[in-house]
Design a protein around this ligand. Structure first.
Ligand SMILES: *Cc1c(COP(=O)(O)O)cnc(C)c1O
Length: 383
């Protein structure tokens, strides 16, 4: 078993660090299949940026290759290179902007470039010419996000320039939605109209028709008319919905469980505060356990005084501030033993703790909870 984080995992029972993630590949397979069926005949580009939303970039890419995904999307060049070095041969689009002298490295690794201005397109054309290769690019159109891309109202010039470049293959034209997870889809519709106009023009000038794509998870779930040739599911692939407002038109399930163990048991006497800053104390004797996880793993400190965990099928509160490497859990009069399983995200019996709950405790969105679980936490894959 290899977890790609340089942690020597022997087996799931003998894992060296008790705090670890268990990722169920069958759940991911099923989620992928459901998305694919839902958007058919559109192609699917699973989004694997930020360590595959915390699930482990290389292993998830291998799974996507096994499932014959059409494309893979990552955010930065280094993620693309890592995949090439690990035998991923699917087309890979790097979604972020390009800078400095990255272009030759893109071309060397056969990674698809996001071109977000005429100037950058010119640079790509020139370097591809020098290297005697054809550069694959997707043209990025800004329809209302104001991040990167050529504004929809300037897109004609951009497309005209791209058509005439000898060393460039325009494999795709894409944009990105800013609000597709919302119940109110008016801005998303406006973005869609703007994108459609750009496509109408592209249809007239490109001989080889590029792939048009704009839909992230929110749009896949709520706006099927925006599927075009390909969709780019991120968070929903991992079984998490982009927000509580989003319609759940595809049923997906979380693939990840975050576990640890009880490493210490004690009784806390009245008026003996717990943790840094002494922010919590009890007025009666309570039983408490210590669990070796903290904000140094991505168990966010902002969840202090709100977070709960599951031990022996029951939820208990985390007390005191969350430390870098440890938390304390108040189990009142119940019993727990060293080595007992502690669930931070996941379910046991009738108790369940979701990524959404952690996000609420931390005052953030599920995306940030997932991408914050860092590489100190070994990933274990089961099927
Ligand atoms: C992150 C990202 C996605 C996936 O978004 P989800 O909301 O996770 O589905 C799609 N496209 C682009 C350009 C992205 O940056």
């Amino acid at each position: 078993m290899n977890n790609y984080n340089n942690y020597p995992v022997i087996s799931i029972d003998e894992i060296i660090r008790p705090t670890h993630l268990v990722i169920d590949l069958n759940v991911l397979r099923e989620n992928f299949k459901r998305i694919k069926e839902h958007v058919y005949p559109a192609k699917v580009m699973p989004i694997l940026k930020a360590n595959a939303y915390g699930h482990g970039l290389v292993r998830i890419a291998q799974l996507m290759q096994e499932l014959k995904a059409d494309y893979i999307g990552v955010a930065v060049l280094e993620e693309g290179i890592l995949l090439r070095e690990n035998g991923i041969t699917l087309p890979i689009l790097v979604l972020g902007g390009i800078w400095g002298n990255q272009i030759p490295i893109f071309l060397k690794h056969n990674l698809t470039i996001t071109a977000s201005s005429i100037e950058k397109l010119n640079q790509v054309d020139e370097i591809a010419n020098q290297m005697n290769v054809k550069a694959k690019v997707h043209l990025k159109i800004d329809t209302g996000m104001e991040r990167i891309g050529v504004h929809y109202y300037n897109a004609k010039k951009f497309l005209d320039a791209a058509v005439n470049m000898k060393n460039i293959i325009v494999e795709g034209i894409y944009s990105h939605f800013a609000n597709s997870e919302k119940a109110d889809l008016s801005y998303t519709r406006l973005q869609l109209e703007r994108f459609q106009e750009v496509i109408n023009y592209a249809e007239k000038i490109f001989v080889e028709k590029p792939l048009y794509h704009i839909s992230n998870s929110g749009a896949i779930l709520q706006m099927p008319e925006a599927n075009f040739d390909m969709v780019r599911p991120g968070i929903m692939l991992y079984g998490v919905y982009p927000s509580s407002e989003t319609k759940k038109t595809v049923e997906v399930k979380p693939a990840l469980t975050w576990k640890s163990i009880v490493i210490y048991f004690k009784v806390i006497k009245p008026n003996h505060p717990v943790g840094y800053g002494s922010t919590w104390q009890t007025d009666h004797n309570v039983r408490a356990v210590t669990v070796p996880v903290g904000y140094g793993d991505g168990y966010m400190r902002s969840m202090s005084h709100k977070a709960e965990v599951i031990i022996r099928g029951k939820r208990y509160p985390v007390v005191g501030t969350i430390s870098m490497d440890q938390i304390v859990v108040n189990i009142e009069n119940d019993s727990a033993y060293n080595g007992d399983e502690v669930i931070l995200i996941g379910s046991n019996g009738n108790s369940k703790i979701t990524v959404e709950e952690l996000a609420e405790w931390a005052g953030t969105i599920p995306y940030e909870i997932l991408t914050n679980i860092n590489t100190r936490v070994p990933r274990v894959y089961v099927e």
